[in-house]
Design a protein around this ligand. Structure first.
Ligand SMILES: Nc1nc2c(ncn2[C@@H]2O[C@H](COP(=O)(O)OP(=O)(O)O[C@H]3O[C@H](CO)[C@@H](O)[C@H](O)[C@@H]3O)[C@@H](O)[C@H]2O)c(=O)[nH]1
Length: 434
C-alpha cells in the first residue's frame, strides 16, 4: 500500500513537473503568453476545462464593498488583432497575449479589473469556439456556463446581444456592462468609479457609454459629442450623448479636439439588458428575433446546437454603435460618463510604443533591451522575440518585430496597415504562420 501511495505521489509530481516544463517551453517560445494559464498542452492535470466541479458559486469573493448588485459584466472577445502580427496569431489573438509583459494577458487584466464590481458568478465572456479553451485556461474562475460560444464572428451587436438575451432570461432586472477583452486601462479607481456611475444612469433607463478624454486627434476611434448634463444626484458627471461620430479623418478629429466637446468612444456600454433588447427590436428587428430564438433554447444543449447552426449564420453583421447606439442617441436615450482614466485599445505597434518609456535617439524596446543595439534611430519600436541580436542605424520611427518564424518591418505611421500585410501573407500561402 505504501509503495502504491509513493507511486501515485511520484506520478503526481511528474505530472506537475511536466506541466511546468510545458508551460516554460510555451513561455520560452513566446514571452507574450501570460504567466498563469492552463492550456490543452499543459498535460494531465488540465482538468479545469472539463471538470463538472468548476463551480463559481462557491468561490470566495474578496471585494464585498465594491460589489454592484445585479450588475453583469460581458466581455466580447472577438477579432484576432491582426495589426499586432506576428505577436498575435489566429490561435493566440491579442486578448490572450500579455502584450506589455506585465504577467497577465489583456483578457486576464480585463477580468481582474471588473471582478470587484460583479464577482465571478456575474462575469461572462462571448467568444468563438476556437478560443474557448484558451479563455477557460486563462480564466480559471470563469464558469463554463458563463462563456457564451458563438459559432462565428458576427460583429459586436450579435455578440453583446447574445449575452444580453441570455442574461435577461436569467435575470429580468439585469444591468449589463460590455467591455472589450483587449484594451488597456490605467487609473483603475477612476475606471471603477465611472462604471459604478454608469450603472446608476443605466437604472434610469439610458444606454450609457463611458467617454475618454482624447489626448490626440486619433483617427482609429469613434468620437462622442457631449450633450446636456443629466443632473442626476447619483451620477453627477453624466451627460446626454448628442451624437456619435465614427472614426473621423485627421482634420476632422483635430477640429473635434479643439472644441473640447468630444470624448473618445471606448466601446464600453452599460445598460439594462431589457433596454438593449428593446432598442434592438426597434432598430434591427430581425437580429433581435434571431437572438431571442437562440437564447430561448440556450440551456438545452441539443436545441442550442440546432438554433446556432440554423439561426446564427442568418444574423446581420453589424457593430453595436451602428445597430443601436447611434439611433438611440438621436432619440435622447444615450448618456455618457466623461472620465479621466487612461485608456488605449492597443490597436497597433505604434500605440504599443506609446506605452513604453522613450529615450532620446533610441527605439523603444518591448522585451530584452540587451538584444537591441541602435544608432541614430529615434521614435520607433523593436520587439525582440526570437532571441537574436537586432541592430539598426539611422531608421527613425521604424517598427521591427522579430518572432522566431516571421520578421515584420514597417514604420509607425503605417502600423495600422499590418492588417493588409497579414491578408497578403494569407494569399501567398502562409496561413500556418498567421
Ligand atoms: N465575441 C465577439 N466580439 C466581437 C466581434 N466583433 C467585435 N467584437 C468585439 O467588440 C469590440 C469592438 O469591436 P471592434 O471591431 O474592435 O471595433 P472597432 O472597429 O475598434 O470600433 C469600436 O471600438 C473602438 C474602441 O476600440 C471605438 O472607438 C469605436 O467607436 C467602436 O466602438 C471588441 O472588443 C471586439 O473584440 C465578434 O464577432 N464577436
Amino acid at each position: 500500500m505504501a509503495e502504491l501511495r509513493k507511486e501515485c505521489s511520484d506520478l503526481r509530481t511528474s505530472n506537475k513537473s511536466m506541466e511546468i516544463m510545458l508551460q516554460n517551453i510555451a513561455r520560452a517560445r513566446s514571452p507574450f503568453l501570460p504567466r498563469h494559464s492552463v492550456t490543452a498542452q499543459a498535460g494531465p492535470s488540465n482538468v479545469l476545462i472539463t471538470s463538472p466541479t468548476r463551480d463559481v458559486t462557491t468561490q470566495s469573493y474578496p471585494f464585498p464593498d465594491r460589489e454592484v448588485p445585479g450588475f453583469y459584466v460581458v466581455i466580447p472577445a472577438g477579432g484576432a488583432g491582426t495589426r499586432l502580427w506576428p505577436l498575435s496569431r489566429e490561435n493566440h489573438p491579442k486578448f490572450l497575449l500579455d502584450v506589455n509583459l506585465c504577467g497577465n494577458s489583456l483578457l486576464q487584466s480585463t477580468w481582474e479589473r471588473l471582478l470587484p464590481l460583479a464577482g465571478p458568478s456575474r462575469m461572462t465572456v462571448v467568444a468563438g469556439p476556437a478560443h474557448s479553451e484558451g479563455i477557460l485556461g486563462q480564466l480559471p474562475n470563469l464558469a463554463p456556463s458563463n462563456l457564451f460560444t458563438e459559432p462565428g464572428p458576427k460583429d459586436s451587436m450579435a455578440a453583446i446581444g447574445l449575452a444580453a438575451a441570455i442574461l435577461l432570461r436569467r435575470d429580468p432586472d439585469a444591468v449589463i456592462g460590455s467591455f472589450a477583452a483587449d484594451h488597456m486601462i490605467s487609473g483603475e479607481e477612476a475606471f471603477l468609479g465611472a462604471v459604478t456611475e454608469a450603472v446608476e444612469v443605466a437604472k434610469e433607463g439610458y444606454l450609457v457609454t463611458i467617454g475618454i478624454a482624447p489626448s490626440h486627434p486619433a483617427t482609429g476611434f469613434g468620437y462622442i459629442r457631449l450633450g446636456d448634463r443629466l443632473g442626476l444626484k447619483s451620477a453627477p458627471h453624466s451627460r446626454l450623448v448628442s451624437s456619435f461620430k465614427e472614426k473621423p479623418d485627421a482634420h476632422t478629429a483635430a477640429k473635434y479636439l479643439a472644441t473640447g466637446q468630444y470624448r473618445w468612444n471606448a466601446g464600453m456600454f452599460v445598460t439594462k439588458a431589457s433596454l438593449l433588447m428593446e432598442l434592438l427590436k426597434e432598430h434591427c428587428p430581425a437580429l433581435h428575433e434571431g437572438l431571442m430564438n437562440i437564447s430561448a433554447v440556450w440551456d438545452d444543449e441539443a436545441a442550442r446546437k440546432v438554433a446556432l447552426e440554423e439561426v446564427w449564420p442568418t444574423l446581420e453583421k453589424i457593430p453595436i454603435d451602428n445597430a443601436v447606439a447611434e439611433p438611440a442617441a438621436a432619440q435622447g436615450k444615450v448618456a455618457v460618463i466623461p472620465s479621466t482614466f487612461g485608456w488605449d485599445d492597443v490597436g497597433d505597434f505604434s500605440s504599443l510604443a506609446e506605452m513604453l518609456p522613450a529615450e532620446s535617439n533610441k527605439p523603444r524596446v518591448l522585451g530584452d533591451q540587451r538584444l537591441v543595439v541602435s544608432e541614430q534611430t529615434a521614435g520607433g519600436i523593436v520587439v525582440p522575440v526570437s532571441g537574436r541580436l537586432i541592430t539598426c542605424l539611422g531608421v527613425d520611427d521604424i517598427v521591427i518585430v522579430d518572432a522566431p518564424d516571421a520578421l515584420m518591418v514597417t514604420t509607425r505611421a503605417r502600423s495600422q496597415e499590418v492588417k493588409s500585410l497579414v491578408k497578403k501573407c494569407r494569399e501567398a500561402g502562409w496561413k500556418n504562420l498567421l
